[in-house]
Design a protein around this ligand. Structure first.
Ligand SMILES: Cc1cc2nc3c(=O)[nH]c(=O)nc-3n(C[C@H](O)[C@H](O)[C@H](O)COP(=O)(O)OP(=O)(O)OC[C@H]3O[C@@H](n4cnc5c(N)ncnc54)[C@H](O)[C@@H]3O)c2cc1C
Length: 284
């Protein structure tokens, strides 16, 4: 199918992008890698009158060290995340999840900001961002603000972003040398998760000192598995304690039933994949 007509602007600075989005009114939309938005336009599920392309706004790209955090520009592609040493050292979980997204072509176009702003409950990068306690930085016509990941994901494909706001970056507190693994179940290779688990733990002297665990596609938004985290902290990083902690994975979730899995099966998957994610992370 062919999209509806739209105007197209390609600003080169963030200020110009904010102005274009504001002037475009409520039917203007930004486009990043286009890997989710283009199919939506082609199916006419959305018909924006103006597209503001962020592709030439260089200040939105790249990963930088900022003291206790790494800051990832919203337009940083998956491909660039995967090759970045700051990410492998301080946010390994994000790299591990990014490896599972789609195929190399899509990983060259798709952006972390686009994935997070799109907020697909089956998308693979929202749970890692939540597990890593990230903060989103946002700019709009009235200025800049920061939104913690725990408040950013509001509902299916809905975030705390206002229509005239642009996500500029994702700030991740350093999780230096933390073990991490993203365990994903999908029906065919290169597809979205039926359920997935993002797990990162700090192990010291064989004991789990800190843990961040979040679930993909177990509710309308990514969910933090707080019960699992509580059960892991202070325990030996061995198969037995991980198995016991993983039993709490489905607490507080509200999984949907669809053609891929019913709610009970999703809860079962959450427990199994949590066990595998943490065990793989620590090598247990
Ligand atoms: C065949 C295929 C397979 C895929 N498989 C997977 C998969 O396995 N796992 C997975 O997680 N994803 C998958 N995806 C989706 C992919 O990860 C997308 O790249 C991602 O969801 C959106 O990133 P984008 O940069 O392409 O954003 P776009 O498509 O350009 O934008 C998506 C939405 O976010 C908004 N947006 C984008 N950037 C900003 C910003 N900076 N500020 C405010 N709003 C913004 C746009 O307005 C739009 O509404 C797949 C896509 C395809 C086509």
């Amino acid at each position: 199918m062919i999209p509806s007509d739209f105007d197209y602007v390609a600003p080169t600075t963030l200020d110009e992008a904010v102005t274009a989005l504001t002037q475009g009114g409520e039917d203007a939309k930004v486009i990043a890698g286009g890997q989710s938005l283009m199919p939506v336009l082609r199916l006419r599920l959305a018909a924006p009158t103006v597209l503001v392309d962020l592709g030439r706004v260089d200040e939105l790209r790249g990963v930088r060290d900022d003291g206790d955090s790494v800051v990832i520009g919203a337009m940083t592609t998956y491909y660039n995340l995967l090759g970045n040493p700051l990410i492998s050292r301080h946010a390994l979980l994000l790299a591990d999840a990014t490896r599972t997204v789609a195929d190399p072509q899509i990983r060259h176009r798709g952006t972390l900001g686009g994935a997070v702003a799109h907020a697909d409950p089956a998308g693979d990068l929202c749970a890692p961002v939540l597990a890593l306690d990230a903060t989103m930085t946002v700019v709009g016509p009235v200025g800049r603000r920061s939104v913690p990941a725990s408040e950013f994901f509001v509902d299916y494909f809905t975030t705390a972003l206002q229509p005239d706001e642009i996500l500029t970056g994702i700030r991740i507190p350093k999780h230096t040398e933390w073990a991490a693994h993203y365990e994903k179940l999908n029906r065919v290779a290169q597809a979205w998760s039926i359920v997935a688990v993002a797990a990162t733990v700090e192990v010291d002297g064989g004991v789990i000192r800190q843990a961040g665990v979040a679930l993909t596609n177990m509710a309308s938004v990514p969910v933090r598995a707080r019960g699992v985290e509580e059960a892991l902290i202070g325990q030996a990083a061995n198969a037995e304690s991980i198995r016991a902690a993983a039993e709490r994975a489905a607490e507080g979730t509200s999984p949907i039933a669809d053609g891929n899995a019913d709610a009970d099966y999703r809860s079962h998957l959450a427990r199994v994949l949590t066990r595998r994610a943490v065990a793989t992370a620590v090598g247990a």
